[in-house]
Design a protein around this ligand. Structure first.
Ligand code: NAD
Length: 439
């Protein structure tokens, strides 16, 4: 055992989890936590709740649960808040989302009905398929940010929270390129006053969170907090941030499979991915401008895992296509097909087909929980700015400027667990293992 290197404040009192967007993912997350608290469900899919971590040598047989190893907030101490453009409570929104069976939603009705969203910062220009009425008004975007900061402070006081975290689980916004107003805090703040259209609503939430000292995780592919102005502000204010885009479904499979193909030096001619999806997310992504945001996030994965520059004979030429088709009958129960054209010894061609009948929000909900608890831990451990160790949860992980992200899920998991070992003063695990064999 190495001496603990980082001082971590204890997880005392209540942790408020504020959700931007009270749709399919958020309501599935809240309902799941409530069911776990009632003892009627297990937190399946959550690394913080069900994962273990090996400590020391294999001969020591020390593998505690992660939640017993690091001081995480207990589920019993979590309280929820939300913003949405619709006034539906979490009960009504869960019924509308149709992810969970009606019987389960009814069982949790009391808890879900008590979660009513605050008015949102929203503009139709960024999500054209949605029209809501629960929307804030302000003279400019800075005024809207101030209203969000007031919401945050009021929620904290009303609920008696010790600490807060904010998770963006709202709709995907249209594609935005970083521009000069995103480069510095001063330019960004001026643009807020000027109502600059390059500042999307998600950036206003992120700004309000950071100014309020609240960690912010971005579950959608929007640029949001992945701009120098906000990463610097987060560092300056000592606030952890992370993103982008929950890694679920097809991209999860891709980042499990692609490292395996590369490990065996098998070549790739092409990877064609298509989906049918019928929930509100699918409807929003049916708009080409919003789909572009998602497409960029999904496409980035293979290049970085396969490193075509280093392996031109294997990965120099592959085509990668990603499609999402809005198909209402399926609701949240997405079907994703992958056709993977690979080649092996002497260039002989082979194909892999995946047909994943997944449930998007069932896969995403435990990620919201883990991110909220780990971001709270990060803040109590004095970590600030981009939390790359949480890239395990994202399709397009945020990194320091100029650094390429790690997409390989196994590297990401190792990074995450080693970060926990580091925080707790345990030896990092390299898997070298020579000590088991030396004289
Ligand atoms: N489910 C998954 O597996 C998954 C994976 C990766 C990313 N995501 C992303 O997570 C987000 C949520 O997904 P979902 O399936 O819950 O979608 P959803 O459409 O069911 O819910 C999104 C909610 O956000 C609200 N909203 C939109 N703009 C808002 C704003 N500015 N402020 C407050 N609320 C706003 C909408 O009214 C809606 O209720 C989407 O961006 C989606 O792309 C989901």
């Amino acid at each position: 055992m190495v001496e603990q290197s980082v001082e971590i404040a204890p997880a005392t009192g209540k942790l408020g989890i504020l959700l931007v967007g009270l749709g399919a993912v958020s309501t599935t997350f809240v309902a799941g936590v409530e069911a776990v608290r009632k003892g009627t469900a297990k937190p399946i899919g959550s690394l913080t709740q069900m994962g273990t971590i090996r400590l020391g040598k294999r001969t020591e047989h020390r593998s505690p649960l992660i939640k017993d190893f690091v001081p995480l907030a207990s589920l019993d101490d979590v309280v929820f808040g939300a913003w949405d453009i619709f006034t539906d409570s979490a009960y009504e929104a869960a019924l509308h989302a149709g992810v969970l069976e009606k019987g389960l939603v009814e069982e949790l009705r009391e808890q879900l009905d008590s979660l009513k969203p605050m008015p949102a910062v929203f503009s139709h220009n960024y999500v054209k398929r949605l029209n809501g009425t629960n929307i804030k008004e302000g003279a400019n975007k800075m005024e809207l940010a101030e209203q969000l900061m007031a919401d945050i402070a009021k929620f904290k006081a009303d609920k008696g929270c010790d600490r807060l975290v904010i998770v963006w689980a709202a709709s995907t916004e249209i594609y935005l390129e970083p521009s000069e107003i995103h480069q510095s805090i001063e330019a960004f703040e001026k643009a807020l006053y000027d109502n600059d259209e390059r500042i999307a609503p998600s950036m206003i939430y992120a700004y309000a969170a950071i100014k309020s000292g609240v960690p912010f995780a971005n579950g959608a592919p929007n640029l949001t907090v992945d701009i120098p102005a906000l990463t610097r502000l987060a560092e300056q204010n000592g606030v952890p941030i992370c993103g982008k885009d929950f890694k679920t479904g097809q991209t999860l499979m891709k980042t499990i499979l692609a490292p395996g193909l590369k490990a065996r030096m098998l070549g790739l001619d092409g990877w064609y991915s298509t989906n049918i999806l019928g929930n509100r997310d699918g409807e929003v992504l049916d708009d080409p401008e919003n789909f572009k945001t998602k497409e960029e996030s999904k496409l980035s994965v293979l290049e970085t895992i396969l490193q075509p520059d280093q392996h031109p004979d294997l990965y120099g030429q592959f085509s990668h296509v990603v499609r999402i088709n809005y198909y209402p009958p399926r609701g949240d129960n997405k079907e994703g097909w992958d056709n993977i054209d690979i080649f092996g010894w002497l260039g002989y061609k082979m194909q892999i087909k995946i047909d994943f009948l997944c449930r998007d929000s069932i896969l995403a909900a435990p990620l919201v929980l883990d991110l909220a608890l780990f971001m709270d831990l990060a803040q109590r451990a004095g970590l600030k700015g981009v939390q790359e160790w949480l890239s395990f949860y994202f399709k397009a992980p945020q990194t320091a400027e100029g650094l390429y992200p790690e997409h390989d899920i196994f590297i990401q998991l190792k990074k995450l667990k080693n970060t926990l070992r580091y925080l707790m003063g345990e030896e990092l695990i390299t898997h070298l293992g020579r000590e088991y064999y030396s004289e």
